[in-house]
Design a protein around this ligand. Sequence first.
Ligand code: BGC
Length: 729
Amino acid sequence: MINWKIEETGFNADKIASNGNKYLVGNGYMGIRGTLEEYEKEHLVAVNLAGIYDKVGDGWRESLNAPNGLYTVIRVDEEEYRLPNSDPLEHLVSLDYRRALFSRKTTWKTPRGKVTVESERFASLSEPHLLTMKYTIKADFHADIELRTGIDGDVWDINGPHYDNLSLIEDDGLIKVIGTTHEKGDKVCVTEGCNYNFTCEKNLTVDGKRILRHFSFITKPGISYEITKFISVYTSVDTPDFEKEAKQLVKECIEKGYAFLKDQHVKKWEEKWSVSEVVIDGDDDAMEALNYSLYHLHSIAPRHSESLSIPARGLSGQTYKGAVFWDTEMFMLDFFLYTEPRVAKTLLKYRIDTLNGAKEKARSYGYDGAFYAWESQEGGFDACSDYNVVDVFTGRPMRTYFKDKQIHISSAIVHGIMRYFELTQDKSILEEGGAETIIECAKFYYSLLLKKVNGQFYELHDVVGPDEYHERVNNNGYTNRMAKYTFDMAVKIIDSLDGFNPEAAKHIRDMYPVDDLKKKFSDASSHIYIPQPDKEGVIEQFDGYKKLEDVSVETLKSRLLHEKEYWGGAYGVAAHTKVIKQADVVTWLTLFPEDFPEDILLKNWNYYEPRTEHGSSLSACMYALLACRCGMPEKAYPYFMKSATADLTGTGKQWAGLIYIGGTHPAAAGGAYMTAINGFGGVSFENGELKAKPQLPPSWNKLSFKIIHLGKLYQVEATKEGAVIKECK
Ligand code: BGC
């Protein structure tokens, strides 16, 4: 059994950035990096907000960090004690990821004795706008303490500052900071109120971008002095009444008190774990890593919204511009589908509601239909820059083609919507825009098809597949296969219109010449070129791949001239070789294993595995899943662990050229979940029935989990002998 806690003793300044990710708490509305209360922007403090963005000058448009209402510093006998400046005698940070509680305990030795501060915080799962903290000070002598606590408006930004002006206000015993964003004039309002259990002298100051309360008191040895802070975070995008609601929430929380709010929060988490916990008998490390991954997925699930998605780095900061990638539909969706389908629907609704953005993007390139944003922000705006990497040698921006050529993105949306529909039979997703989305995605691929004068196939040229190191290739197998799937799904939707509610069916029929589209899409599906295995059984990733230099990943590494050098692009070390960034053909075969006999799946796994750098955290789980499909759970296991520990070890890539890409890895977390459940658990859905054909790794005795299928909750117990599936009553 595991103890649901990660912790670290001793202080290491080199880990400030990685611990910010590892010890993150969040509730889908906001993510609070696991930084200490006294930290400032250079320590990458962030209260990162979901779904709200800003752009300043020529900088990249990115998500917003709210002013930090946790900010707290102490002085003892007029000397400031804070990390990383003052060496501690003892230091501990921990995260109880069952109950989503961050805590720290630090002791400093002062000339007159020892002083210890302890804190505990949580982003409430029962109240999305609420962040709460308890902070205590204890000394073993009569220490002269000055506690400064308030709101720090000097926030960490990558491409900021985003607040053109900040108002720092005291209002009725509460303090607040309201920031106005540069681009749209949106307001972000952080309001703080507190309770404390001691008598003291009080004062309030505004110091630059900080508004701080000062509490001065003399401690009695061994007595704890406790302050609890209630911080609400609202934006003008949430409600025009944000200031009023923010104040009201803080007032209510001051009344309710910390213990009550914590209890409510913990109960909500218990509710989540009662469905989503995965128990692995025989392997505590795997169980811990997997449930810790699920903790991260829960922490960023947008439960407060009906139409919002999850950024590629979750809510751990502005990396990747806080934008949504294919990561959500292809890697994270299953977790929510199996344990909380309402969240899965919210994620997909975001795509449906940003269809216009996708249509505009298609139009801007002269295509028909819907070309979804590679890096999607609000409204489907594509935040991906044409120059998304900085060359380490020249410092110049490099032209990259993620945005223009990674056309497989639209098929990921179709895959997500259809998977949701298949596992829930909730037709409303199709009736409320899903059907239209699928048809528009099919129209997009249709408008891209090429046929040579004497050719018999349709081809897709000049694309980037999942392996981003090879740009502008022709007939990337994964992309072509996903386009075919999209055509098939569009035909299926057209065929099922009679079963739709009459209004929704009429809407589709009024909008589209459905018979004509059906004919076109059917033809496209049966004639699109799908690369086939060669005589060794290997499927060529794209036209000409086989002619590239065959070198090992290690050899390629030895050719690097700079550790942060980008491997792709025109001059990248990988571009003219067979080394690929991440699972590509293997992703295709994982999604459509029925396309080929098992020996072909295995041959391709064996071929591509040594040629894959796994330069993306999305890669490992696809290798793990296909290994399971090929009956090799022992080979899947290290890849599973790599996905499951991505945020525990924090060893993933931190740089793409000179661009910082660190943060949490929710797609790896989702991939670890898929591997455990679909791979090792062997779960599948056949003709509306939940089935499981387990293949457990050697050390696992039993794998137990719950799954929601067609609205019913099932308990699955998988052992090496097989699986027992029971409906939970
Ligand atoms: C990967 C993409 C992924 C993105 C965000 C990139 O490094 O190549 O496939 O969507 O990161 O996680």
